[in-house]
Design a binder for this molecule. Structure first.
Ligand code: SF4
Ligand code: SF4
Length: 415
């Protein structure tokens, strides 16, 4: 009697099944992969190797020989080893960018992860906590949802309903509150009326999607539903984000989870500011003192959704800041190391990648290393500390914008 296949094909699309066969083994992705490089080039972490191994598993389970004589079993240890390798990836999309066959590798990795989660192998280490934390607390930091409002200083005006809704995100509202301070005060200063979801906001669930856990208990879809419905109830015509991860989740993951287009426009705060700058609406009150700044493109903002120019436009508009680009930027930027659950699951690997990215920055001798995502900021700050570059300021563009507009942020105490 024929046995059962060791793996399933259930969550792979027809295109993805063809992509598994499309790899021509050129190795271009291997040359560019930041985790493969930072981990000392173990064969298992090479993107090409992961595709070839999964393809082999598919053949053993569903190929011609499997159909004639029954599937060939894949040893459990081999699948466990594969699981470790497929989670050693920041989902940075560098491999997808350079792939000669235009294989959407990131979505392949996410499908493999989801498959392994359903099989009982994934996720990796502490990433398994995301489901319980987001399911129970609606954020990954084990904070009471009411605490989402704690950061709001007395002077910040948040409307009950408005055309613009600011989606703060768990990290800015509960940890790196300077980002929320700066965003809210910049919007206030520019006379932009905005609303927020407050304690009804739910995690964007980027971490669940990236680690293949988005189908568990339907948490990610329910979260997207609550956030979208909440924004509509607030009157949203445009929703702005200062976190690249939340922005990517809203733009790409929520419509997919919900099976519908979003009923409002979504913009990263740098896109929103770029428009206002072009209209001449920003009056700079405190120019910087001729500082050199370099900019790190967050993977989720740049390669994932193509927002490359607006952050640069904002930096270039701020008086006293001189943008000096790193050698690897935009589509070929080097990942900071925090994404794809790597910061939670493999923190040492995340730090090593961050150190390399900080070295990329230091090669240009900047005063400030800027980014447009709290995760990049945190991991690059860790990398900066680890390489001992204490003089290098790591800061978000919206904070630099606030400072140049003369907005005080010294009353912000981060959690
Ligand atoms: S997405 Fe990035 S980290 Fe993951 S395999 Fe591709 S290049 Fe490597
Ligand atoms: S770049 Fe694309 S085609 Fe080349 S080895 Fe990597 S996945 Fe295969």
């Amino acid at each position: 009697m024929k046995g059962e296949p060791s793996i399933t094909v259930n969550n792979f699309t027809a295109v993805q099944l063809m992509e598994l066969d499309a790899c021509v083994r050129c190795g271009e992705c291997v040359e560019w992969c930041p985790t493969y490089d930072a981990a000392g080039k173990p064969a298992g972490l090479a993107p090409r190797d992961k595709i070839l191994r999964w393809s082999k598993y598919m053949n053993k389970s569903y190929g011609l020989r499997a159909r004639l004589f029954g599937p060939k079993a894949i040893p459990e240890e081999e699948i466990e080893e594969f699981k470790n390798d497929v989670y050693g990836c920041t989902t940075c999309a560098m491999c997808a960018t350079v792939c000669e066959m235009a294989i959407n590798t990131v979505e392949l990795w996410e499908s493999m992860r989801s498959n392994l989660v359903k099989r009982g192998n994934g996720p990796y280490g502490k990433q398994g906590m995301f489901v319980k934390l987001i399911g129970e607390y609606k954020n990954p930091y084990m904070e009471d949802p009411k605490n989402r409002l704690n950061w709001i200083p007395d002077d910040v005006k948040i409307a009950d309903k408005a055309d613009i809704v600011y989606f703060g995100g768990c990290t800015a509202e509960l940890k790196q509150t300077k980002l929320a301070f700066a965003t809210a005060r910049v919007l206030n200063k520019l006379g932009i009326e905005f609303a927020m979801l407050g304690e009804d906001e739910v995690c964007c669930c980027s971490a669940l999607v990236r680690t293949g856990q988005y189908e568990i208990e339907d948490i990610a879809r329910k979260a997207a539903r609550q956030n979208v419905d909440g924004m509509v109830a607030k009157g949203a015509k445009t929703v702005v984000y200062a976190c690249a991860g939340c922005f990517r989740a809203s733009l790409v993951d929520w419509p997919r989870l919900l099976g519908e287009e979003l009923p409002f426009k979504v913009m990263h705060i740098t896109e929103f500011l770029e428009g206002l700058i072009k209209e001449g609406k920003l009056q700079w009150e405190k120019p910087f003192d001729n500082l050199t700044v370099t900019y790190h493109d967050p993977c989720h903002l740049g390669r994932h959704v193509g927002v490359f120019e607006p952050p640069r436009s904002v930096i270039n508009a701020i008086p006293g800041l001189n943008l000096k680009e790193m050698d690897r930027i935009k589509a070929h930027q080097r990942c900071c190391g925090a994404g794809g659950g790597v910061k939670a699951g493999l923190p040492d690997l995340a730090l090593k990648i961050a150190e390399t990215r900080v070295q990329d920055a230091l090669a240009k001798s900047p005063d400030i290393l800027s980014s447009a995502c709290p995760f990049c900021k945190r991991n690059l700050s860790d990398g900066r500390d680890s390489v001992g570059a204490k003089e290098l300021v790591v800061e978000d563009i919206i904070v630099l914008t606030a400072e140049a507009l003369g907005i005080r942020l010294d009353d912000c105490v981060e959690g």
